[in-house]
Design a protein around this ligand. Structure first.
Ligand code: FMN
Length: 148
């Protein structure tokens, strides 16, 4: 059983709903899941829990406003997190072309610079293909948890 921390980035609520559904389903299975809806750097510096980023993409491949302060602080201070497991669920829309799921790439790059260890492949959820991101996320998250 794992204790994980989900950092949410969401504009219209899809990624937020996805994170909340993960908590709702995974906690009765014995995991501890903290969902940070307005993430701050101290949410990760005060513990060593595996981090799951669950964010959508806005603008032109950009990080949603509620996750942006965390992202900018992370980039600026790069608190070292050697070996800390992290995974990425990113919501996007493939009709945006080159910027598809770009926010996930930005977060991944920043976390790697802290020495954190990417666990599993990024799950990219395409709004063109599904209206129920939480279903895909749950299947993926169970596999991700098994890798920790
Ligand atoms: C103004 C706007 C800009 C967007 N830009 C991108 C983008 O650059 N790349 C991408 O993959 N998706 C983009 N999207 C699609 C969203 O990421 C996608 O619809 C996602 O499911 C929204 O999740 P949320 O409800 O958590 O905000 C954009 C959507 C909007 C409305």
């Amino acid at each position: 059983m794992a204790s994980i921390r989900i950092l949410v980035g969401s504009v219209f609520g899809g990624a937020l709903l996805t994170a909340r559904e993960l908590k709702k389903t995974l906690e009765p299975e014995g995991h501890t899941v903290v969902v940070n809806e307005q993430p701050e750097l101290t949410d990760i510096t005060g513990n060593s829990d595996p981090v799951l980023i669950c964010t959508s993409t806005t603008g032109q491949g950009e990080v949603p406003p509620n996750l942006l302060p965390f992202y900018l602080d992370l980039r600026e201070t790069l608190p070292q997190q050697p070996g800390r497991p992290f995974g990425v669920i990113v919501l996007g829309d493939s009709s945006y072309g080159d910027t598809f799921c770009g926010a996930g790439d930005l977060l991944e790059e920043a976390f790697l610079e802290t020495g954190a260890a990417k666990t599993g492949n990024t799950l990219k959820i395409d709004a063109m293909e599904t209206t129920e991101p939480e279903q895909e996320a749950l299947i993926w998250a169970r596999e991700w948890l098994a890798l920790l």
